[in-house]
Write a protein that binds this ligand. Structure first.
Ligand code: FEO
Length: 171
């Protein structure tokens, strides 16, 4: 039986992951409107990843007899002044999500809920990758500055990303 506080907190995290998906879909649409198709495609895949994150928690709650209660999503920002501004926002957002995961781990520990703590380990590792990826793109965009050739090349690189669903059996 899973503790009520943990059920509530995991439901909030489903909303955070869904909000992340919504934010990145808005970024994808903004990139698409600027003909940056590679960035748009990368963000669409990032949206899919966030849906996977939300679904992992959804499935975990169901497997522990915790009731899933979906909450409202706010409309995300719809325009960013540049790819650099967008990716700085991604980096900041992922740092925020890391903080949410860390709070969840602490709650699971405080409640002696080993199953939830172990489950959250996947997210702890994932957040290291999420922050690293965003930070790397920020650094590349800072190097590129106002070079349209550089932006064109990075757009092509971003467009090469493919969606690979996790294969750890938790999804
Ligand atoms: Fe689900 Fe990007 O963290």
């Amino acid at each position: 039986m899973i503790d009520k506080k943990i059920v509530e907190a995991l439901n909030v995290q489903i909303n955070e992951e869904a909000a992340s998906a919504y934010l990145y879909l808005a970024m994808s649409a903004d990139f698409k409107s600027r003909n940056l198709d590679g960035f748009a495609s990368w963000m669409k895949i990032q949206t899919q990843e966030e849906v996977v994150h939300a679904m992992k928690i959804y499935d975990f709650l169901n497997s522990r007899d915790g009731k899933v209660m979906l909450q409202a999503l706010n409309a995300p920002q719809d325009t960013w002044s540049s790819p650099l501004e967008a990716f700085k926002a991604v980096y900041k957002h992922e740092q925020y999500i890391t903080g949410c995961i860390n709070k969840l781990v602490k709650l699971a520990r405080d409640q002696n809920d080993n199953a939830t703590e172990l489950f959250l380990g996947w997210f702890v590792t994932e957040q290291v990758e999420e922050e690293e990826t965003a930070s790397t793109v920020v650094k590349k965009l800072e190097l590129i500055k106002d070079s349209s050739t550089g932006l064109f090349m990075l757009d092509a690189e971003m467009g090469a990303r493919v969606f690979t669903p996790p294969v750890d059996g938790n999804e």
